[in-house]
Design a protein around this ligand. Structure first.
Ligand code: SAH
Length: 457
């Protein structure tokens, strides 16, 4: 199988930095099912192409069935895997381009963050559902998609087309996003019935889907196919996607569905309602949302006449752009602004309440004391509402590996006791009292999925 990635920037050879593979070298990477080669067929200042060639060894593939190979139950020896094994290519990509897929590039950090002009070509991609399916999955991600059916035999036109396409994607996309999209969507398009599902497959999907899958119009179909239709895993994955920052408002949380299939409100919805209720209970009408993300809570607050002044801040510029767009037409909203909770900032002052909804767990523990000082010591509003996941509840999520966290960017997830210990200490240090409210289904054994602390001065 062959995958090529081309970029056409002013310094196209920077692709080597981004992929962490030197353009002048030909490298081999042994896989449990064959050998991956990385080389650059074209290295120019204006145009640079990297190729990943996967040589599948059918004998190795059979011998290593089970652990370690993503495609263990395939027909022995005679199958199309050596030429068209999407799940194997995806798995080789994850091994060979691991750092690039995380979006890390110390040598060129700006470039790793930026959308680049890219062209991705897969000469023979198994594509169930035909070219239209490739368009449906890649199109909404900002790619120009060309999927040309490969004839069964070019000598015999009337035999018709094979189930393979030559796929060419062109677009302005972050390289890490492109790699993660391919990682998920190649096996999804192949839809080979029996590829190996590792226990952490849901985690992998959430991690690779970050920033694009939750908002994809076909996220349900993609998730189902990726997880080979295992119902428990699919439900767990869709639930976690619905709870991510980039999920659309209408993403229902199937984890929270009644057994009879009656859909109830998502955890995100529960959380927003709980925060709003806490603010009402404390008569806090002027509110700043600290770490507001794309501004979903802000959008609700400005629609509620109870609240008279509302704004938000976030360290992410992209988040602020989203939030600004959401609040454009509201009179009660102050413009959301970029800011870091680790630095005292006068703009955080003067509100009745500050909300930190699902934010503390994104802060590196060594920086948390700075955030405490800034929020409770310096901004010091009358009310502070903090929500964070309850780690004990994670055992209720199918497909979440033991000890794993719900989101790849979480730096920690607290048990109820850990949250209380933190909140009690912070409250005492800054002259607040704190009460605790479970949010979501309060499980008798492991508690609610979300925990909330309402601090009052
Ligand atoms: N409150 C939103 C977003 C939660 S995601 C919601 O519940 O939907 C966590 C957010 O915290 C992200 O948008 C992230 O950019 C922001 N964040 C993380 N560290 C931050 C910091 N030090 N200062 C400000 N915002 C931060």
């Amino acid at each position: 199988m062959l995958l090529t990635i081309t970029t056409t920037t002013d310094q196209a050879t920077d692709l080597g930095f981004l992929l962490h593979k030197h353009p002048e070298k030909v490298q081999r990477f042994e896989q449990s099912f064959g050998t991956a080669h990385v080389f650059y067929p074209d290295v120019g200042e204006r145009r640079c192409t990297a190729a990943l060639l996967l040589d599948v060894d059918p004998v190795k593939l059979v011998r290593t069935r089970g652990r370690g190979t993503p495609d263990f139950a395939l027909g022995q020896y005679v199958n199309d895997r050596p030429y068209a094994a999407s799940s194997l290519l995806a798995s080789a990509m994850a091994n060979v381009f691991r750092t690039a897929m995380r979006g890390r590039c110390d040598a060129r950090p700006g470039l790793a963050e930026a959308p680049l002009p890219l062209e991705v070509v897969l000469p023979a991609l198994p594509c169930r559902g035909g070219p239209a399916q490739a368009e449906r999955f890649f199109g909404p991600l900002g790619w120009d998609v060309s999927a040309e059916p490969v004839p069964l035999d070019p000598e015999f036109g009337d035999w018709g087309d094979s189930r393979y396409v030559t796929l060419t994607l062109t677009g302005q996309v972050r390289l890490a996003d492109a790699l993660n999209q391919l990682y998920v969507l190649l096996p999804v398009l192949d839809d080979a019935k029996h590829y190996w599902l590792a226990p952490d497959e849901v985690d992998k999907l959430i991690r690779s889907g970050e920033g694009w899958l939750a908002a994809h119009p076909d996220r349900n179909a993609i998730t189902r196919r990726y997880l080979a239709n295992r119902r428990g895993l699919v439900r767990a994955a869709l639930g976690r996607l619905a709870d991510t920052e980039d999920a659309p408002e209408d993403a229902l949380d199937p984890v929270e569905q009644e057994p009879e299939g009656e859909v109830r409100v998502s955890l995100a919805e529960h959380r927003a309602q709980a925060v709003i209720q806490a603010l009402r209970d404390e008569d806090a009408r002027r509110v700043i949302d600290l770490g507001c993300g794309s501004g979903k809570l802000l959008a609700r607050l400005v629609q509620d006449d109870f609240f008279t002044e509302v704004t938000g801040t976030d360290v992410s510029y992209r988040a602020i752009e989203h939030a600004t767009r959401r609040l454009e037409r509201s009179r009660r909203a102050g413009a959301p602004f970029q800011g870091a909770l680790t630095y005292a900032d006068e703009r955080f002052q003067g509100y009745d309440a500050a909300v930190l909804m699902e934010v503390v767990e994104h802060i590196d523990p060594p920086r948390l004391p700075a955030v405490e000082r800034v929020v409770f010591g310096h901004a010091a509003p009358r009310v502070v509402v903090v929500t964070t996941p309850n780690a004990e509840h994670n055992v209720r999520y199918d497909g979440l590996a033991p000890g794993a966290m719900r989101h790849p960017d979480h730096r920690f997830e607290w048990t109820r006791a850990e949250f209380r210990a933190w909140a009690d200490r912070v409250a005492a240090a800054h002259g607040y009292r704190v009460r605790y409210v479970p949010v979501g289904d309060d499980d008798p054994e492991v508690g609610a999925p979300t925990q909330m602390g309402v601090f009052t001065r």
